[in-house]
Design a protein around this ligand. Structure first.
Ligand SMILES: NC(=O)C1=CN([C@@H]2O[C@H](COP(=O)(O)OP(=O)(O)OC[C@H]3O[C@@H](n4cnc5c(N)ncnc54)[C@H](OP(=O)(O)O)[C@@H]3O)[C@@H](O)[C@H]2O)C=CC1
Ligand SMILES: CC(C)CCC[C@@H](C)[C@H]1CC=C2C3=C(CC[C@@]21C)[C@@]1(C)CC[C@H](O)C[C@@H]1CC3
Length: 398
């Protein structure tokens, strides 16, 4: 007869008991069959989600912002209503759940949903590639026009593909993926509550931290207009897949892990993790806001006293404040937050640390690309900045 303790464990873990203890070494317990990946319902759900977010994008916006100047000296206009889309989605989901929408069934569909999102991104990128074949040369991205169809399909030929005022890259960068990510997290939290009686503290922390991150990105939506993704990169498979499939399904890995491997977390450790997230967010937001304020209005009293270097373009570079500490203080804050998102999952497995490792690689690569572009833009002034602020992301280390 099984001991009582193990029966109680089954009651709480229920069907999740199949996942067994988290192991770092050894082969994966099972690999999905092809039939487990494909579901027409998942595709329908994925397209409905995109349709809903597109409809919210088209609603009247509190502000319409102008993008950076393009090759032909024109500027595109972008609606600033991403935060509004997040709030309206939350209201719609809340209404749906109270009317019986089985949100907690979503975690069971993650694999076919991720497959459907990848398929959608692939077909969408093919259409974008075809659209770019008839676009004028001035509309092409500097990097995605090599003539090699596979390379151009991957990196994206057209810089700002649009139909009328609907901007596909700007839409995908922030909305379906980021809002989808917090929705998946919420579904995992709800399923944990159903299975174990209430969500664990670790699950609350991961949900709270990542909701703050997504809310912050949508609140400061205008800042995305100055990122290299919008200004420099074409819209091809890499970004479409990244935005629509990679972000929601891999950025939610910590919450996915916690559902299958509950991690007991005491209040003292939880407080330390909250402090780490708060420090990361403070640096991330402080650095991003300081640069955005300075770029919008260098005489703003919050940045007017900071030391700067002049460049031949007429723009100046900050060399004190956050941007005098390292050359990418915002990346440092982002990485500290990434650590805080993994710590609630304990240290028994590498999977919850996947985001931290991938993100470190992404930011190191991104920093190198940005460095290259700044060197081209600012020449000697950039070299002077690098001498003055020698570290890239982590003071005294890198
Ligand atoms: N979670 C995720 O997956 C990802 C998150 N991110 C986050 O998104 C945010 C935006 O990142 P990203 O677009 O890469 O780059 P940044 O916001 O760091 O912008 C880089 C640009 O800032 C300007 N700049 C650099 N140094 C200075 C200075 N000293 N003074 C004034 N301006 C300066 C330059 O542009 P210019 O001079 O033309 O203004 C440079 O090209 C970051 O917080 C990052 O951590 C980014 C990628 C992925
Ligand atoms: C598929 C590849 C491995 C890489 C794909 C990269 C994309 C996932 C990221 C490229 C730049 C991004 C940015 C963000 C999310 C991830 C992607 C799309 C933010 C929106 C995250 C929130 C921040 O506040 C702003 C970021 C801008 C860049």
């Amino acid at each position: 007869m099984a001991p009582q303790g193990s029966q109680a464990e089954l009651e709480f873990g229920g069907p999740l008991a199949r996942s067994g203890p988290a192991r770092l070494l050894g082969p994966p317990p099972y690999l999905p069959e092809l039939e487990e990946l494909w579901s027409p319902w998942a595709l329908l759900l994925c397209l409905t989600w995109l349709g809903l977010q597109a409809a919210l994008y088209l609603l009247p916006a509190r502000k319409v912002a102008e993008g950076q100047e393009l090759k032909d000296k024109s500027r595109l206009r972008y609606p600033i209503n991403g935060f509004q889309a997040l709030v309206l989605t939350a209201l719609l989901v809340g209404l749906g759940v109270s009317a019986g929408l089985p949100l907690s069934a979503l975690p069971e569909m993650l694999l076919p949903l991720a497959f459907a999102a990848t398929l959608t991104a692939f077909i969408f990128s093919l259409l974008l590639y075809l659209k770019a074949l008839v676009a004028p040369a001035s509309a092409l991205a500097p990097g995605g026009n090599s003539g090699n169809p596979i390379y151009d399909f991957f990196l994206g030929r057209e810089l700002n593909p649009r139909i009328c005022s609907f901007d596909f890259k700007y839409f995908c960068e922030l909305r379906p993926g980021l809002i989808g990510w917090v929705l998946i997290n919420l579904a995992l939290l709800m399923q944990e509550a159903e299975l174990r009686g209430s969500p664990s503290l670790a699950m609350w922390l991961v949900n709270g931290f990542q909701l703050l991150y997504v809310g912050d990105a949508l609140w400061h939506e205008e800042a995305v207009l100055t990122t290299m993704d919008i200004i420099h990169d074409g819209f091809g498979f890499m970004l479409a897949f990244g935005d629509l499939a990679w972000v929601p399904f891999t950025y939610s890995l910590q919450a996915q892990f916690l559902l299958y491997h509950p991690e007991p977390l005491g209040l003292p450790l939880a407080s330390v993790i909250c402090l780490i997230n708060a420090v990361g967010y403070y640096i991330f937001r402080g650095a991003n806001s300081q640069k955005n304020t300075f770029r919008k209005n260098p005489s703003d009293p919050r940045v007017a006293d900071l030391e700067t270097i002049s460049t031949a373009t007429g723009r100046r570079l900050l060399v004190s404040g956050w941007w005098g500490m390292v050359r990418h203080p915002n990346y440092l804050g982002d990485l500290i937050m990434a650590l805080a998102w993994s710590l609630p999952c304990g240290v028994s497995h590498l999977l919850p640390y996947f985001y931290l490792l991938y993100f470190t690689a992404l930011l190191v690569h991104r920093e190198a690309r940005d460095e290259q572009q700044c060197l081209q833009k600012y020449g000697l002034a950039w070299r002077a900045y690098c001498r003055r602020v020698p570290y890239r992301i982590v003071p005294y280390i890198y």
